[in-house]
Design a protein around this ligand. Structure first.
Ligand code: CTP
Length: 400
């Protein structure tokens, strides 16, 4: 899909420029023609000759330079591209594009672009979470600019949080999706659950679990970008409902059950990524509990198993996918859940492995199919895992 495509790569100035050099090399290796534009500050981090050697193409830095093949560089570089990639996208370039400013070769070229633009932000954690930057990103999404979100981690200045440039495999996957994206989910309604349910103790406290909701949100995003209609039933998380996805926020397992049962009949695919609490308090205190006694005993009663209920009433045209987060005996537990809940596919992960599972941006999962097949995936970003799960679902449905 990347082979033979022309990618204009805009490189603004940020410490992650060295990672983009590797990305440029990989894209060239995959058969793309990569035309690089570097801003003045990008050249402070890495010399243009690095990109020139890695992409086997001249690097453009100057709005007013003209060569035989690029008479008006910003127009030519924009017009010739199948995709415009900007990495590492700084707050500055995001702000300039959002404001329609063209004051150098990169910003003018983006303004002249008539192809999909993929922006990969990378900056300081506080800068990324700044409401002005976030408002600029939201504005650009409304104008159909595409984003690969930065990852959570330690950034160059020592802060921990969201701001690290996403890894090159995730960016390449996003490029493939944009360049060759078949809208292969169009016409399908997909119900997705996400997050950890909250079981109330009193008006201020609840019992919950470590689920961040990231896997479910990635699934909703993937369904949406492949042309499907995603209905995301989620507990409160710190994530934004992806654009174009119908979001329904619930708190407890019982509320999630009500919402799921309401939408279930109208969906062809159901993916239950939520971590549903198995138990809830038998009675919820109506006032805030006071620390009067030396100990406190809460009586918990079992919640209904929503997924098992769905399995019992599944229609021929419906495909049911469950998740299993395990810390031991992964295969045995996964196979048991696949059969007992009457699933078509079970996605299992060992949450005790670093970089996999709760809160992480990546996941290492094993797919268990109802025909006995097992597929082990490597450690991948959650968005890629989401797309692999959708591929698996499509495969199952095509064999019917
Ligand atoms: N699930 C559900 N309703 C519940 C519990 C779980 O719908 N009350 C769903 C989850 O959304 C997930 C799958 O069942 O897709 C497996 O959840 P998990 O917590 O791993 O397993 P349990 O069946 O709860 O079993 P256990 O906690 O004993 O491992």
């Amino acid at each position: 899909m990347i082979k033979g495509k022309v990618i204009t790569l805009g490189v603004p100035g940020g410490i992650a420029v060295y990672k983009v050099a590797d990305l440029a090399s990989k894209l060239t290796g995959l058969g793309a023609t990569v035309n690089t534009i570097m801003t003045g500050s990008a050249t402070e981090f890495v010399k243009p000759v690095t990109f020139q050697v890695l992409t086997k193409n001249p690097v453009h830095t100057d709005l007013f330079s003209s060569s035989a093949e690029h008479k008006i560089p910003h127009i030519e570089l924009a017009a010739s591209a199948d995709l415009f990639l900007i990495a590492p996208a700084t707050a500055n370039i995001i702000g300039k594009i959002a404001a329609g400013i063209g004051d150098d070769l990169l910003s003018t070229s983006v303004l002249a672009a008539n192809c999909p633009v993929l922006i990969c932000p990378a900056m300081n954690v506080k800068m990324y979470s700044n409401p002005i930057v976030q408002a600029n990103i939201s504005k650009l999404k409304e104008y159909d600019f595409h984003f690969v979100e930065p990852e959570q981690g330690l950034v160059a200045c020592g802060d921990y949080g969201k701001g690290r440039l996403s890894d090159s495999s995730t960016i390449i996957y996003a490029i493939e999706q944009l360049l060759g994206q078949a809208k292969d989910m169009s016409g399908l309604r997909v119900l997705i659950t996400a997050g950890g349910t909250r079981e109330a103790i009193d008006p201020v406290r609840y019992i919950s679990n470590r689920s961040s909701g990231k896997m479910g949100y990635a699934l909703a995003q993937a369904v949406n970008s492949r042309g499907g209609q995603a209905i995301l039933i989620s507990t409160p998380t710190c994530l934004e409902i992806p654009l174009g996805v119908e979001g329904i926020i619930v708190e407890s397992a019982m509320e999630m059950r009500d919402a799921v049962l309401k939408h279930y009949p109208h969906c062809q695919i159901i993916i239950k990524a939520a971590a549903v609490a198995d138990y809830r308090c038998e009675s919820v205190f109506s006032e805030k509990l006071k620390k009067d006694g030396e100990s406190l005993t809460l009586k918990l009663i079992k919640n209904p198993d929503i997924l098992a209920e769905l399995g019992c009433s599944k229609r021929e045209d419906q495909t049911l996918v469950g998740f299993a987060a395990e810390t031991q005996f992964l295969d045995q537990n996964a196979k048991k859940k696949l059969i007992s809940k009457k699933l078509d596919l079970l996605v299992a992960n060992d949450v005790s492995i670093p970089g996999s599972g709760f809160g992480s941006d990546s996941n290492r999962v094993k797919l268990f199919y109802s025909d006995g097949m097992v597929e082990e995936l490597p450690l991948l970003s959650k968005l890629i895992v989401a797309n692999k799960i959708i591929d698996a679902v499509k495969n199952i449905r095509s064999k019917r």
